[in-house]
Structures are given as C-alpha cells and as structure tokens.
Design a protein around this ligand. Structure first.
Ligand SMILES: NC(=O)c1ccc[n+]([C@@H]2O[C@H](COP(=O)([O-])OP(=O)(O)OC[C@H]3O[C@@H](n4cnc5c(N)ncnc54)[C@H](O)[C@@H]3O)[C@@H](O)[C@H]2O)c1
Ligand SMILES: [Zn+2]
Length: 455
C-alpha cells in the first residue's frame, strides 16, 4: 500500500523537533486518533525523569511496550519519543505497520526548545550535540519521508512530490495535446515509451482502455505513467489498475485540476454509456509528481476550472489558499486533499464526501446543460449555492471565480439532483470547523439551485 494509506503515520525524530504538536495537527487533519507515546508513558507510569532514574533500560522496556500497543491499535498518527527507534523490535514493527516520517529540526533549535525542560538527555549541550548526530543516522535509515511541517508531511504520506523527473523505465500514457507541448524528463538512462491518448475527456472510454490493454508491452513489474490532466491520469490509473490485474503507476498531472485534485487520492476511472466515472477502481499512484511549469500552456478556461477546486479547498481548509503563488497554492491544496484521503481512503466512512462541497449543484447543472457546461464553472456556481445555504458570505467565490447564472434546463437539473441524492437531501455545507454533511429541506435546495439558473 502506498505511503500512510491503511497504515499508521508514525513521527520519529529528535527531542524538540515538535513531533507532539505536529502529530496533534496531523491527527486533526486526517481525522485519526493521536497517540503521543511519551505522554502515554507518563499517564501510566509517572514522570519520565523519574523513570529514567531507575535506569534507561527499564524506561526503554516500558517505551517499547507502549509503542507496540499503539502500533497494534487502530490506524492513527503516532508521535514516538526520540529514542524509541533504538529498539530493534520497535523498528521492525514500524516497518510493517507504519509510514515512518522523520520530523527534522536543526540542533540549535532543538536545544533552545528543550534545554530547560528537565529532560534527562537534555542537560549538557555538548552531549546533546553528539546524541543528535548519532540518532540522525538511525532516523535516516528508517524514515520513508521527512518534513518540518504538517503540509510537507501530508504530501510525503501520499508520495506527492514537487518535481516531474522520472527515474525508472516506464510506459507513458500521454494526452496527445500535452505530449505535443511538453516532454517528460527522465533521469540517467531511464527509458520512456509513450502511448498517446485523445486529449481530455475523450480518452476516458472503454475503447481507449481496451486498445491500451492490447498494445501495452508491459510486464507485471512494469510502470505506467499518466501524463496529462485529470482525464489522462484517470484513464492511465484505471489501465494500471486492470492491466495484468494491476501494475504500479505514477501520475504526472499537467492541469491545475489534476495537481490539486484528480491525480491525488487513488480514484481512477472511465465513463460508460450510462454516465461519467461509472467504471473504475481505487488504485493509488505510487507517486504523484507535480511540476507547476506545465501550467504555462494551460488555456485560461482550464485554469479557471482549476481555481474553482482551489477555492473549494481553501474554503474547506479555512485559508485563503487562492491568494498564494502557484507552487504554494498547489502544494497546500494537494496537502489538504491528501489529509482528507488519509482519513477515509476508500470513501467508506463518508468523510471524503466533504470534498464534494458545491458539487451536488454542479453535477445538477452539468446534467441540465446536457454536459455542455464545464465542470469548474459548474463548481463555481455550486459553491455559491452551498455558501448561501450555509449562511456564509459568497464574496470570495464572486471575486475569484465570478460565476454567472447559466442557461440550462431547470427540470433536467432538478431531476438530476434528486436522482443523485436518491431520497434524503444530504448536502455538504460549510461551518466554522470546515465542511460537514447535513440534511437540507427540499424547498431550500430547489430555491438555491434556481438562483444559479438564468432564464
Ligand atoms: N480521480 C479523481 O479523483 C478526479 C477528481 C477530479 C476530477 N477528475 C476527472 O478529471 C477530469 C478533468 O480533468 P482536467 O480538468 O484536469 O482536464 P482534462 O484532463 O480533461 O484536460 C482538459 C484539456 O486541457 C488540455 N491540457 C491538459 N494539460 C495541458 C497543458 N499543460 N497545457 C495545455 N493544455 C493542456 C487537455 O488536452 C484537454 O484538452 C474529469 O474527467 C474528471 O472526472 C477525477
Ligand atoms: Zn470537482
């Protein structure tokens, strides 16, 4: 399994790195329980300095037991004491049950944070420095990811990387327009074989997938790369999920929608005659390689579509992410989506549903337009409706996305919305703590939808 999907997110690192604080934040963002092993030890066995006085081996035995219990428990975010990974059996357990992330810090910052804390191993600056170097080697060997803040650790937890260089031989499934504008760079001698698929949504058909199954010369240990927007990564991911019962794949998104949304989270799929995304699979990309430079050639209407998802994400995260420069905006959105995905990777608990803020209305409008309306433009309108029903200001959506009511078939839109909801009108609304799902009276929903439609 990729990264921290279905695994604990275990934070290792030196004392003073901020593992407890970060762990608490990551647990909140991923909606997972949080275990701070030092805190747990103190709750059950008393203050750590006192335990240390009985000898370090005794303390390490207790620590090993507490960590083992946490790792045997439900999928969580776990902050480990700085020396916990000295135990061979703890390292072994971590390798099997956790994505191990090293929270890095420089030695002076760490010292300034812990020098007066009474910690047994933080009494002498010189010894502290030696221990810091010694431990760094252990962390380095064990860590699968590193970072100093929540956002970068979340990206690492789903192998989202801000670079597009490809390091291994692979079969590239590329959007034909994208392939005419951009080239993927391979490092060293990595060999890339390219298969072109139609630009955009036209690629998401059973016929395209069947052609790929037939033509791909790729063994079970081969790699597929999806190179294009969300349409291409959807079809490449689905091909990877099904070819020879599943091969590994890497997503290299080239649209803003792809970078902040479609390439992240393991949902892959194609359209059938019955509708969009009706055949698919969860198949997480081994890596998502994001390179904002690809956006230089993106048509303005495609960028606007992406900004609708950015505004959605910013509203959910409670931060004006849309105001940041591209690279920061993209990594913050990708990190937020990663957190939600980690909270509910297979959409079983329903938490992933919050990512659908504004989307019930968007889907209805898309249907009402006979699918002529662009998804992003529909989402912009859908966000207006969701904010109005949430009793919140709509100025951000108006300023950043400037949506205008659209001329679509009211009846068809409303029917589609009811069909989409199959009875109870549960919608994602926005509260002070982000998105939540709630039941909304039919008349209010109908009114909100009507306001989005021009006569
Ligand atoms: N799997 C998921 O979780 C998920 C999430 C959101 C959306 N999606 C899917 O993503 C699809 C939409 O993806 P999209 O919005 O990224 O668009 P897209 O992939 O359909 O591409 C839109 C257009 O932009 C062009 N293009 C792509 N990159 C370009 C570049 N760098 N320069 C110039 N032109 C470029 C394409 O050729 C195409 O014409 C939908 O099918 C949707 O269902 C999937
Ligand atoms: Zn969307």
């Amino acid at each position: 399994m990729v990264g921290a999907v279905d695994k604990h997110l275990a934070l290792i690192g030196f004392m003073g790195a901020g593992k407890s604080k970060l762990g608490r934040e990551l647990a909140r963002l991923t909606n997972r329980p949080f275990v701070d092993t030092d805190r747990e030890i103190e709750n059950r066995f008393g203050p750590i300095p006192e335990l240390f006085e009985r000898g370090e081996p005794e303390f390490r035995r207790i620590e090993e037991q507490i960590v083992a219990e946490a790792l045997a428990g439900p999928t969580a975010v776990i902050a480990l004491g700085g020396g916990a990974v000295l135990s061979e059996s703890t390292r072994k357990r971590l390798r099997h049950t956790a994505f191990v992330a090293w929270v890095t810090v420089d030695v002076d910052t760490a010292w300034s944070r812990v020098r007066n804390s009474g910690r047994p191993l933080a009494r002498d600056r010189e010894e502290f420095g030696h221990l810091f170097d010694e431990r760094a080697d252990v962390y380095d060997l064990l860590a699968q990811g590193t970072g100093e803040d929540a956002s970068s650790l979340l990206l690492e937890s789903l192998h989202v990387i801000l670079s597009s260089e490809i390091a291994c031989d692979a079969t590239v499934i590329a959007d034909e327009r994208v392939a005419s504008l951009h080239e993927l760079t391979a490092v060293d001698s990595a060999k890339l074989t390219t298969y072109l698929v139609p630009a955009g949504e036209q690629a998401k058909t059973p016929a395209v997938v069947e052609r790929l199954w037939n033509e791909l010369e790729l063994g079970r240990d081969g790699w597929i790369i999806g190179f294009g927007g969300g349409s291409t990564t959807d079809v490449a991911g689905f091909t990877a999920a099904t070819h020879l019962r599943g091969v590994r794949w890497v997503a290299v998104p080239t649209t803003l929608v792809g970078m902040v949304d479609a390439a992240i989270g393991g949902k892959t799929g194609i359209n059938t005659e019955q509708g969009k995304n009706l055949a698919g699979a969860f198949h997480f990309p081994w890596e998502v390689r994001i390179d904002p430079r690809f956006l230089a050639t993106l048509p303005p209407e495609e960028r606007r579509a992406g900004m609708a998802e950015v505004v959605k994400t910013g509203l959910l995260a409670g931060e004006a992410l849309w105001e940041r420069p591209d690279e920061q905006m993209i990594s913050a959105c990708a990190a937020f989506k990663s957190a939600v995905v980690l909270s509910d990777p297979y959409e079983r608990q329903g938490r992933r549903a919050i990512l659908n803020l504004g989307h019930t209305f968007a889907h209805a409008l898309e249907a009402g337009s006979g699918y002529a309306l662009r998804h992003g433009d529909a989402v912009a309108l859908g966000l207006l409706a969701a904010l109005r029903l949430s009793g919140r200001p709509t100025d951000v959506v108006e300023e950043v996305l400037a949506p205008e009511p659209v001329r679509v078939d009211r009846e068809r839109a409303w029917d589609a919305l009811l069909r989409d909801k199959k009875g109870a009108l549960n919608l994602v609304l926005l509260g002070d703590d982000g998105g939540y799902v709630t039941q909304v009276p039919e008349a209010d929903v109908k009114h909100a939808l009507d306001e989005l439609i021009a006569d």
